[in-house]
Design a protein around this ligand. Structure first.
Ligand code: 6PG
Length: 256
């Protein structure tokens, strides 16, 4: 493993996707156990997309060991597509099939974003109310997730905060629904204020196609970072960036 530490940000590189997935699973387990050890509770938000498939399957596989006290974990979502929960594109469906159906967690501990609603704006407002009710604010007024998992697109988007969009500039709402021009679709997403209030943010990125965005993210050049949503992630707590060699290549990082 290669590591680069800058303040609360730790960049961790493993040679292969499998090794990066193992490292990420270990980090997730230790963050959950640490939170439950100190607060008897843990509020996490899951990333969508395809990168976390292997991670969630790995976490599900540990259930026999009892390493993770899932009964004390509440699961939220970092973002959701404008599809019903049984749609193949649904982040909720993906998490259900790879993780939630395989761990001892009650449906009452899982808070899907109601993307099956006609009115996504009201679904976003409803989700914000649920977060305000269920996730305590530890310092200041913004609910403090113990862990927010994120992936990153090749354009540097995180959750559904896309470049050149109103979501990049949102400073008040914690959850917003908006039309994403590059997708021609609506998305519902956690916003940067609530992401940056988290005790731990874990950005898990693999693959050659993300290498340019990773290099811009890790680059100190403000120009390279200017319109990169991932560069706006600066959590109050720990910021872990876990990469495989393919994603880290253009940033000049490599694990042997
Ligand atoms: C989503 C995700 C999104 C994802 C990136 C990377 O709903 O798609 O929340 O932010 O993490 O697009 O997606 P992949 O993991 O599929 O490359």
């Amino acid at each position: 493993m290669a590591m680069e530490e800058t303040g609360r940000r730790k960049v961790l590189v493993e040679a292969s996707v499998e090794q990066a997935t193992t490292l990420t699973a270990e980090l997730v387990k230790s963050i959950i156990c640490e939170s439950i050890g100190t607060k008897k509770s843990c509020n996490i938000a899951l990333a969508g997309g395809t990168t976390p498939h292997g991670l969630y399957q790995r976490l599900a596989a540990t259930v026999a060991s009892g390493e993770v006290p899932w009964g004390q974990v509440c699961v939220f979502f970092s973002d959701e597509r404008d599809v019903p929960h049984d749609d193949i594109e649904s982040n909720y469906r993906m998490a259900q099939r790879t993780l939630l159906d395989h761990v001892p967690i009650l449906p009452t501990q899982v808070y899907p974003i109601r993307s099956d609603r006609e009115d996504l704006d009201s679904a976003a407002g409803e989700y914000e109310k649920i977060i305000l009710e269920k996730v305590p604010a530890e310092a200041g007024s913004i609910p403090t997730f113990d862990l927010i998992l994120l992936g990153m697109g090749g354009d540097g988007h995180i959750a559904s905060v896309f470049p050149n969009t109103e979501a990049m500039e949102e400073t008040k709402k914690m959850v917003m629904a908006y039309s994403v021009p590059v997708l021609g679709r609506k998305r519902i997403t956690l916003t940067l204020p609530v992401i940056n209030a988290a005790n731990n943010v874990l950005l898990f990125v693999t693959g050659q196609d993300k290498s340019n965005a990773v290099a811009n993210l890790l680059n100190d050049d403000p120009e390279a970072r200017k319109n990169l949503p991932a560069a706006r992630v600066a959590p109050k707590g720990n910021f872990f960036i876990v990469l495989d060699n393919a994603a880290a290549r253009q940033a000049g990082l490599r694990a042997e």
